[in-house]
Design a protein around this ligand. Structure first.
Ligand code: ZN
Length: 188
């Protein structure tokens, strides 16, 4: 069975604690110890948001039993917390990781149009990656990238830039409405 076309982009966590600054070299070491011939994922995203290459996209991964052919695996470092221990998967991705994931997935979708973005747990019995990928992706992909990287702050008075330029989605329209309301109320 050919690896291409890519039908699935599968998100994972590393099941490590957020204070463990792991990268692809560490995951490769773990996977070699488990008998794989290389790191199982195609990409690893560090806590810093740095994206590291695992296997080439053209190589079948080892990240999701029964679905490795025709899929690409992305692993965000993290996914468990000290307080709840190693058996409770959570979404503790750093903001930088979310931003990097959105960027990477968009790039991959451009190369592999029509691929579905799913979580490991959508395909097999696991908690990985600790959140519902389909709903997260739908929301994240609906926003312009800038919204993920810049925290939303109250608009300063007399701020009008949101009303210029092409409409970029609901958040901009809401911001424009808020600015208009503030101007109407004479808020300084
Ligand atoms: Zn996984």
């Amino acid at each position: 069975m050919p690896h291409f076309p890519i039908k699935l982009i599968v998100l994972h966590y590393s099941a490590t604690y957020p204070d463990q600054d792991y990268g692809v070299a560490d995951i490769r070491k773990m996977h070699l110890a488990r008998g794989f011939n290389d790191v199982g994922y195609h990409y690893v995203i560090r806590r810093s948001g740095a994206v590291e290459r695992g296997r080439a996209d053209t190589t079948v991964g080892a990240h999701v039993s029964g679905h490795n052919t025709g899929s690409l695996g992305i692993c965000c470092i993290g996914g468990i917390e000290r307080v709840t221990g190693p058996n409770v998967g959570v979404d503790n991705r750093a903001e930088a990781q979310k931003v990097a994931t959105v960027k990477l997935v968009r790039e991959l979708l451009a190369k592999h149009p029509g691929a579905q973005v799913v979580g490991h747990r959508d395909l097999t019995a696991t908690q990985c990656p600790g959140f519902d990928v389909r709903s997260w992706w739908a929301a994240a992909n609906a926003r312009p990238p800038v919204v993920d990287s810049i925290p939303v702050k109250p608009l300063p008075s007399r701020s009008t830039p949101v009303t210029s330029g092409p409409a970029k989605g609901p958040i901009y329209i809401l911001a424009a409405l808020a600015a208009a309301a503030l101007a109407f109320l004479g808020v300084k």
